[in-house]
Write a protein that binds this ligand. Structure first.
Ligand code: PGA
Length: 254
């Protein structure tokens, strides 16, 4: 269902003591907001955080990755079932760092989306083009391939439960954001791709987040652009004050 989501991806940052301190201070944020806040710490901390998640507020836990297999001899992997069993509600799929450093393909992303949906975990499917691709004017083609590589294989119910995050690779961790026009244009395009396969109603019920150097200064403008339903924040989610400002920027939008 379409809703506003502010998600913080901690990536591989913070040892246990620092992570605990950050999470504790985030739990003091007055989350009386219409948006859903999703915190995505390294998976080793999820079970512990899940136990001290404030119950009366719109804050959820997300994982950064999961295995495409359901169980068995896959050393080092974490399954969707394990994530669900510790109270995880969201999981990233196909983040550009996973696509780049771990060669994750669209097919693998599809398999991960399916195991997550099977456990009632909301997949956040990440898509986005590299700088060379944008410069060559091929960004729509690449995003279309990434979207179709997964969504075309889902049914309507599954699509409605899936969240999409557009993250231009050249904007991730670089301090360079896509302009609001560029972001809104791509979000509109992604929604049109969903509409092509599943119709306008379904397309209008899918949340599409923007990610890539979102911070407390640019969040307000991004969060108010057409077709942008929320943000996926990396670096700025590692400090409570900046993450809080981003949550505030999203408040009251819809
Ligand atoms: P960034 O990361 O905000 O540090 O650019 C975003 C992401 O990778 O999800």
């Amino acid at each position: 269902m379409r809703r506003k989501i502010i998600a913080g991806n901690w990536k591989m940052n913070k040892n246990w003591n620092d992570a605990k301190a950050l999470f504790k201070s985030m739990c003091t944020i007055p989350f009386e907001y219409s948006s859903e806040v999703v915190v995505l710490p390294p998976s080793i901390y999820l079970a512990d955080f899940s136990c001290c998640l404030p119950k009366n507020i719109n804050v959820f836990l997300g994982a950064q990755n999961c295995s495409e297999k359901s169980q068995g001899a896959f050393t080092g992997e974490v399954s969707a079932d394990m994530l669900a069993s510790v109270g995880v509600n969201y999981c990233l799929v196909g983040h550009s760092e996973r696509r780049k450093y771990y060669a994750e393909s669209d097919q693998l992303c599809l398999e991960k989306v399916l195991v997550l949906l099977n456990e009632n975990i909301v997949p956040i499917l990440c898509v986005g083009e590299e700088l060379e691709v944008r410069e060559a004017g091929k960004h729509f083609d690449v995003v279309k391939q990434q979207i179709n590589g997964v969504l075309k294989h889902l049914n309507r119910d599954q699509v409605v439960k899936t969240v999409i995050a557009y993250e231009p690779v050249w904007a991730i961790g670089t301090g360079k954001t896509a302009s609001t026009e560029q972001a809104a244009e791509m979000h509109g395009y992604i929604r049109s791709l969903v509409a092509e396969h599943f119709g306008e109603n379904i397309a209008n019920s899918v949340s599409i987040l923007y990610g890539g150097s979102v911070n407390e200064k640019n969040a307000l403008e991004i969060l108010h652009a057409n077709d942008i339903d929320g943000v996926l924040v990396g670096g700025a989610s590692l400090k409570t004050e900046s993450f809080y400002s981003i949550i505030e920027a999203g408040n009251g939008k819809k």
